[in-house]
Write a protein that binds this ligand. Structure first.
Ligand code: NAP
Length: 299
């Protein structure tokens, strides 16, 4: 059944996700703060809204995917935000990675309008968004998820129900602690090898023949070896997720010593002005310290 969907935030992730909803036959009203990023969607048949409130007006489902907690609060609770127009019975799906506490606050406000909210952060990066192969981690009422499952299935292959509001995000933060640390420790190992004189291709052959092989680093390595840090997931957002994870650890009185150290390395990269690059650019901080580059030999 064709649904009227308000879609807010057409950045790296949002744009291909919105495109897949259009391809799935839904009617979309899209909003992005920087209007130029809605143009490909407009050409594909979406209506462009001037505000989040306008995008949400009359929609059965509203989807948001913006940078951080402040941005999510702005598009939902701010002036001309979703809350001004969301219909009773509608579902707000927020796929931004934000604070679980902020998300629960948004869910309460949405419930006050007799609508429902799911936190539905994703993993799978830009290519997963393009292929409709994201994994969703979902918090909220199970019945709300059931209502929007056909829509989410256009965007992801795995819809993983985690429990009440905020638990999708709790899972997402845990997942990004693992992912950020894997890329950072891969970088430390490869910088050590390069400093000692082992070529990155040789080192990669060794890692791929060992238990340390991982889909993530198989994907990232060719980009790193070319020095191509075109953002699939901007480093400043990975740093934001580590900060959120540390906040959660603090709230649970939980030590996370490795994650705390890894956060500082991403923080250093951000301080060096590398926040807009892909998070794999974390390696450049370690390269600078070591005075060596992990790059393929020029052909
Ligand atoms: N990229 C990934 O691999 C990936 C994977 C999983 C999860 N995520 C999460 O998905 C979310 C979006 O990430 P992305 O990679 O798509 O980032 P992005 O390309 O930087 O997009 C961020 C979006 O948020 C909007 N935005 C930021 N501040 C805003 C504000 N104050 N008011 C209204 N809109 C605002 C931006 O609008 P403008 O265009 O005007 O800046 C843009 O549409 C983040 O929470 C991120 O952690 C990303």
């Amino acid at each position: 059944m064709s649904e009227s969907i308000g879609f807010i935030g057409t950045g790296i992730m949002g744009q291909p996700m919105a495109m897949n909803l259009l391809k799935g036959g839904h009617r979309l009203s899209v909003y992005n703060r920087t209007k130029a990023k809605t143009e490909p969607l407009e050409r594909a048949g979406a209506r462009v809204a001037a505000t989040p409130a306008e995008a949400a007006r009359g929609a059965g489902v509203v989807m948001t995917i913006v940078s951080d907690s402040a941005a999510a609060e702005e598009v939902v609770l701010g002036k001309n935000g979703v809350l001004e127009t969301i219909a009773a019975g509608a579902v707000l799906i927020d796929s931004s990675t934000i604070s679980p506490t902020v998300s629960r606050k948004l869910a309460c406000q949405v419930a006050g309008k007799n609508a429902a909210m799911l936190d539905a952060p994703v993993t799978g990066s830009k290519h997963g968004a393009e292929k409709g192969e994201l994994t969703f981690m979902i918090g909220g009422e199970r019945a709300t998820l059931d209502r929007v499952t056909p829509i989410l299935q256009l965007l992801g292959k795995r819809l993983i129900y985690c429990g009440q509001n905020g638990l999708g995000l709790a899972a997402k933060l845990a997942q990004n602690v693992i992912q950020s640390t894997m890329v950072e420790i891969f970088s430390e190992g490869f910088v050590l090898a390069a400093k000692a004189g082992v070529r990155p291709e040789t080192m990669m052959e060794i890692v791929q023949g060992s238990m340390a092989r991982a889909t993530l680093t198989d994907f990232k390595a060719p980009f790193i070896f070319r020095g191509d840090f075109t953002p699939y997931f901007p480093l400043k957002l990975m740093h934001k997720d580590l900060e959120l994870a540390m906040e959660a650890a603090y709230a649970h009185n939980l030590p996370m010593p490795a994650a705390a150290a890894v956060k500082e390395v991403y923080g250093a990269a951000k301080a060096q002005g590398k926040g807009e690059l892909d998070y794999a650019a974390v390696i450049t901080v370690l390269e600078d310290l070591a005075g060596v580059k992990v790059r393929s030999a020029e052909p």
